[in-house]
Design a protein around this ligand. Structure first.
Ligand code: NDP
Length: 237
């Protein structure tokens, strides 16, 4: 396994890494902050840490050279910075796309090449968002990256399917991680969003992790190319 994680707080990547390790998987966790990896390994000594900035194509290639063979991949790392449409800068655009889309392409290429070579197939889950399918104020670039990611998931499913590699995305509503707090800690904003979610709550980290585990597992053996909402019904309305 290979996934991006977070060592402090309740990030989705960290919780996914720990859940997979509890299932008995050999987990490699990739993120760019060493302190986060150290605390993760302190909590679960079997996890192999890899510290790299996924936006750096060359460094990522080098860091992942000795990792493998890999059966399961979760592309979780993402960058969010919010600004009104008219104030979006080229830097924010480039940083977001380089992590949320380009790094997913790159890491998936590395892993899928390995899966193809061993002929054993595999499963890839891209962590997307409800923001891929719904306009959210101040989220121009983030929404655009997640829309691109959903489409990339489908083309990956198309091209990697013949190698028995399934590719799906999980698309959560707000989760109160560090990233969730960035957009939704204002009580008025949170209430507006909550009022549009039929189940009346944000997603818990565990809700997302469970869906990731399902899409990685044999329980979803015939599922590929889907964007699986974990949104409490938000996009049904
Ligand atoms: P966090 O901010 O807690 O986690 C994001 C992780 O990505 C951090 O560990 C961060 O490291 C890492 N990361 C960012 N940029 C890079 C990079 N260049 N190289 C390596 N690692 C990097 O957010 P969440 O756990 O909430 O987000 C996880 C996923 O869930 C993301 O894809 C997000 O878009 C998605 N999501 C989140 C929602 C929410 O409301 N929280 C809702 C819907 C989807 P560092 O801290 O060092 O920057």
């Amino acid at each position: 396994q290979l996934l991006s994680s977070r060592g402090k707080g309740l990030g989705i990547g960290r919780a996914t890494a720990l859940a997979l390790a509890r299932c008995g998987a050999k987990v490699t966790a990739v993120t760019r902050t060493q302190a986060d990896l150290s605390s993760l390994v302190q909590e679960c000594a079997s996890i192999i840490p890899v510290c790299v900035d996924l936006a750096d194509w060359g460094a990522t290639e080098a860091a992942l050279l000795d990792v493998g063979p890999i059966d399961l991949l979760v592309n979780n790392a993402a960058y969010a910075s919010l600004q009104p449409f008219l104030e979006v800068t080229p830097d924010q655009f480039d940083e977001s796309f380089s992590v949320n889309v380009k790094a997913v392409l790159h890491v998936s290429q590395i892993v899928a090449r390995g899966m193809k070579a061993t002929g054993s197939g595999g499963a890839i889950v891209n962590v997307s968002s409800q923001a891929s399918q719904c306009a959210l104020r101040d989220h121009t670039v983030y929404c655009a990256t997640k829309g691109a990611l959903d489409m990339m998931t489908k083309v990956m499913a198309l091209e990697l399917g013949p190698h028995q590699i399934r590719v799906n995305s999980v698309n959560p509503t707000v989760v109160m991680t560090d990233m969730g707090r960035l957009g939704w800690s204002d009580p008025d904003k949170a209430e507006t969003m909550l009022s549009r979610i039929p189940l009346g709550r944000f997603a818990e980290v565990e809700d997302v992790v469970n869906t990731i585990l399902f899409l990685l597992s044999d329980k979803s053996n015939m599922t590929s190319g889907v964007t699986l909402l974990v949104d409490g019904g938000f996009l049904a309305c």
